[in-house]
Design a protein around this ligand. Structure first.
Ligand code: NDP
Ligand code: MG
Length: 378
C-alpha cells in the first residue's frame, strides 16, 4: 500500500539547510508534497526552486512571482496553514522565532534547524509545543544525534555534545584575535550560512547548542558536556546512568540529520546512505575545549544558568556583533567582548512573556549597535 505523502513547507529554502533539504526531498519525492517555500532576498533562487518543485505558495522578502503559484505576504501565512504536516524552520537568526510559534499554535510539527528560536524563547516554545501536542525534531546535527540515541530519557545521566573546534582550533589566541573574515568563514568541516560559520569560529555556536540541548531534552547545564572532536564523525553522545555511552556517528553531512527530522519516525535510503566506512575514517580524536581561547562557551553556560532574558541578550548581542564583524567593523575576538559587556549591562527578566522577549531583543540590539559604533578596535 502506498503511504500518504507528508505535506511540508520550508522556510529558508534558499539557504544552506534549505537547499540541502530540497536535495533530500528530491531523492524522496514520492514521500513528500511541498506546500510552501520561503526565502529572504534571493528571489531568483526561490523562483528556480518554485519552478522545479511546484509548491502551492511562495514567500520572499523581495518581490517574487511564479506563474500558477500564489505569493503570500508573510512567513506567518505559511506557518498558520494547517494543510502542513511539518514545517522545516531553516531561516537563520531571530527571524525563526515568530513563525515557529505560529506553526506550534496551529498544531503543526516542526523540524527545527533554527537554534536561535530555542536560545531566545526555549521555555515558552517547549511549553507551547507540549500544550499543542507538537513534536519538535532537531535538525542541528548534535541534537539530532542525541534524539537518535535516547531510548528512555529518564535513565540518561548526561548529554555529551561534540564540537569540531572550528578553523582556529590549533591556532594561537593571537592568530584568532586577528583573523580576517575570510579566515573565519573557512570552516574545515561544514559549509554553512555566514552567521553560523562565524559562530563556529568563536565556538559561540557550541554555546548556543548547549542552551538548545537544555530546552530540547530538559537537562540541567551541569549535565551537558562539550568535547572537541575535529573529525566531526561522532555527532554527539549520551551517557546512561550505568556508564554506557551511546553515540551517533556518520559522515559530516547535513543531509542525514535533515532527512531524519523531516521523515521521523520513519527512515529511508537517502543521498548519503551506504557511504560510511570505519576503515576509511581510521581515527577519531577527542580533546577538552579550551574555555580561555573560546570564552563564548563559558558565556553561554552562564547565560543559560541565569535563564530568563539572559539568553535573549546573549543571542541578540552576539548576532549584532557577528554582523559587525562580517561588515569589517570589529575583530573576531571583539564578538566575545561585546556580548560579555552587553550581558553585564542587561537587567534580566525572569519568566519573560513573548512580548518581553521581543522587546528585550529589540532593546539589546539597539544598545549593541550603539556600543559597537563607539567601539575602538583593539
Ligand atoms: P543561511 O544563511 O544559509 O540561510 C538562511 C535562510 O534564511 C535563507 O534561505 C535566507 O534567505 C532566509 N532568510 C533570512 N532572513 C529571512 C527573512 N527575513 N524572511 C525569510 N527568509 C529569510 O543559513 P543556514 O542554512 O546555514 O542556517 C539556517 C539555520 O539553521 C540557522 O539558525 C543555523 O544556526 C541552523 N543550522 C545550520 C546548519 C548548517 O549546516 N548550515 C547546521 C545546524 C544548524 P535568502 O538567502 O534568500 O536571503
Ligand atoms: Mg550543530
Amino acid at each position: 500500500m502506498e503511504t500518504k505523502k507528508r505535506k511540508i513547507s520550508i522556510i529558508g529554502s534558499t539557504g544552506s539547510i534549505g537547499t540541502q533539504a530540497l536535495e533530500v526531498i528530491e531523492k524522496l519525492q514520492d514521500k513528500f508534497e511541498i506546500i510552501a517555500l520561503a526565502g529572504g532576498r534571493n528571489a531568483a533562487l526561490l523562483k528556480q526552486q518554485a519552478e522545479k518543485f511546484r509548491p502551492k505558495f511562495i514567500y520572499a522578502q523581495t518581490p517574487v512571482s511564479v506563474d500558477g503559484i500564489k505569493t503570500v505576504d508573510t512567513l506567518d501565512d505559511i506557518c498558520s496553514n494547517k494543510e502542513n504536516d511539518i514545517i522545516l524552520v531553516a531561516v537563520s537568526g531571530k527571524i525563526g522565532l515568530k513563525p515557529t510559534l505560529t506553526a506550534i499554535e496551529n498544531g503543526i510539527d516542526i523540524a527545527l534547524a533554527n537554534k536561535e528560536t530555542l536560545v531566545m524563547a526555549g521555555d515558552l516554545v517547549m511549553q507551547k509545543a507540549k500544550e499543542n501536542n507538537v513534536s519538535i525534531i532537531p535538525v542541528d546535527s548534535e541534537h539530532c544525534a542525541i534524539h537518535q540515541c535516547i531510548k528512555d530519557i529518564s535513565q540518561v545521566d548526561k548529554l555529551i555534545i561534540t564540537a569540531s573546534g572550528g578553523p582556529f582550533l590549533h591556532k594561537t589566541i593571537d592568530e584568532m584575535k586577528n583573523a580576517t573574515v575570510e579566515q573565519a568563514l573557512a570552516h574545515p568541516r561544514w559549509h554553512m550560512g555566514k552567521k553560523i560559520t562565524v559562530d563556529s569560529a568563536t565556538l559561540m555556536n557550541k554555546g548556543l547548542e548547549i542552551i538548545e540541548a537544555h530546552h530540547l531534552f530538559g537537562f540541567d547545564y551541569d549535565k551537558i558536556d562539550v568535547v572537541v572532536h575535529p573529525q566531526s564523525i561522532v555527532h554527539s553522545a549520551i551517557e546512561y546512568l550505568d556508564g554506557s555511552i551511546i553515540a551517533q556517528l556518520g559522515l559530516p553531512s547535513m543531509h542525514i540529520p535533515i532527512q531524519y527530522a523531516i521523515t521521523y519516525p520513519e527512515r529511508f535510503e537517502g543521498i548519503k546512505s551506504k557511504s560510511f566506512s570505519f576503515a576509511d575514517i581510521a581515527r577519531l580524536d577527542f580533546e577538552k575545549p579550551d574555555f580561555i581561547k573560546f570564552p563564548c562557551v563559558r558565556l553561554a553556560y552562564d547565560a543559560g544558568k541565569t535563564g530568563g532574558t539572559a539568553t535573549v541578550c546573549l543571542n541578540a548581542a552576539n548576532e549584532e556583533a557577528v554582523f559587525a564583524f562580517l561588515d569589517g567593523k570589529i575583530k573576531l575576538y571583539n564578538i566575545y567582548e561585546i556580548t560579555a559587556e552587553m550581558l553585564t549591562r542587561h537587567k534580566v527578566i525572569k519568566n519573560p512573556s513573548i512580548n518581553d522577549i521581543f522587546a528585550a531583543d529589540e532593546e539589546i540590539r539597539h544598545l549593541t549597535r550603539e556600543y559597537i559604533a563607539n567601539f575602538v578596535k583593539i
